[in-house]
Design a protein around this ligand. Structure first.
Ligand code: ADP
Ligand code: MG
Length: 357
């Protein structure tokens, strides 16, 4: 762990606190280094030695790459202030925990299992990926990959199928993060012989016994997750960090659209932006609304319409500006401007909400 972290522990020569605690009567040293090495060494017990060691947290923050992940999170994700704050807090906590272990102040691995609650398209999967990278850089998981699953990946249809399925997934996820989307579907109290219970038991055991090598993130709607935790206290007690993902405001969704466009070298004309603003207001009231995912999908469709418009309008060579501008017409052709859509089918994973144009 030390090597992986590159922690520099220095038996801090200029530290006087430890030595002074042990030998308060000692006259203050003019040259701390000499005083410490010559006199204190005889006096210090192990506690004292620990107290005189220092860990440069800022240096670890820089050298571990944690700083980059946090900056990436800030840059790539619009809004999500509460989520970003919680992640920064968690990173600081883990950094300090790690330093405490190094100095012998603590021995246990903190519980890192988490729950991410929020509506579809609020960024849970995206943030989980970043979290995996963060935990890897902090040295909490060996590989830092993310394995994303739903009930069907864990639970079999027939007797004897569930345990091998769940174990296979766990094996894949070891050394990284296991992201269980819509985790509450694992528990089906209405079905007495539901195999989900078997998966739950295996998961709980591994979450306890392998917590130094696997981080589990349970994701889904907040209310359903709460019901799930009430029926499965074993899960609640194993989860230390609960992060809530709020819905995006209309302004944030517009900013997300601009961000997505920019990522792909497109831009929205002022009229297109106004149309998109209207689109967002309407879309939010319709079924299957999935926050940023709906916006990404809307942009993908606008891009198709733009291509078809540019192609059929082209009288001669076209320039880069034409090829990269989304116009209002590309947005307004959406069915969203012409009324409601189908009703919301229940039981879709938050990661795969079906959408119409
Ligand atoms: N804050 C954000 N800024 C930019 N894009 C976002 C943001 N949140 C989500 N997205 C985009 O929206 C889509 C859905 O996000 P995702 O993480 O899959 O949501 P969830 O897992 O909560 O359903 C992804 O394409 C993601 O890149
Ligand atoms: Mg998701």
């Amino acid at each position: 762990m030390v090597a992986q972290w590159g922690i520099r522990i220095s038996c801090a020569a200029k530290s006087h606190s430890g030595a002074q605690q042990v030998a308060p009567s000692r006259p203050p040293a003019r040259d701390g280094a000499t005083a410490h090495s010559e006199k204190a060494s005889a006096l210090t017990d192990t506690t004292d030695q620990t107290q005189s060691q220092k860990i440069d947290l800022a240096e670890i923050f820089q050298s571990s790459g944690v700083k980059e992940v946090l900056e990436e999170l800030d840059r790539e994700l619009i809004g999500l202030k509460p989520v970003k704050d919680r992640i920064r807090e968690t990173a600081a906590f883990l950094l300090v925990q790690k330093a405490r272990v190094e100095l012998g102040l603590s021995q246990e691995t903190p519980t890192l299992h988490m729950s991410f609650t929020g509506n579809p398209g609020t960024g849970k999967t995206t943030v989980a990926l970043k979290m995996a990278g963060l935990l890897h850089r902090l040295g909490y998981v060996r590989k830092g990959h993310l394995v994303s699953v739903t009930r069907d990946d864990l639970v079999g249809q027939y007797i004897g199928h569930t345990a091998p399925k769940t174990k296979e997934v766990l094996k894949k996820a070891m050394g990284g993060v296991l992201f269980i989307d819509e985790a509450y579907y694992l528990y089906r109290p209405e079905n007495e012989r539901d195999y989900g219970q078997e998966a739950i038991e295996i998961l709980l055991q591994v979450m306890e016994n392998n917590r130094d090598d696997l981080v589990v993130i349970l994701a889904g709607y907040a209310d359903r997750m709460e019901t799930f935790f009430r029926s499965n206290p074993g899960f609640r007690s194993r989860i230390a960090h609960h992060i809530e993902f709020p819905d995006y405001t209309d302004e944030e969704l517009l900013a997300i659209a601009e961000h997505i466009a920019e990522e792909q070298n497109y831009h929205l004309s002022p009229d297109a932006e106004a149309a998109l603003s209207e689109y967002i207001t309407l879309r939010r009231k319709q079924p299957h609304f999935a926050n940023a995912r709906s916006i990404r999908n809307a942009f993908d469709r606008a891009r198709l319409r733009q291509a078809s418009r540019v192609f059929s309008n082209a009288k001669g060579p076209v320039d880069a500006h034409t090829l990269s501008t989304i116009e209002a017409a590309d947005i307004r052709a959406s069915r969203v401007f012409r009324g409601g859509l189908d009703s919301d089918p229940k039981g879709m994973p938050t990661g795969s909400v079906k959408e119409d144009t």
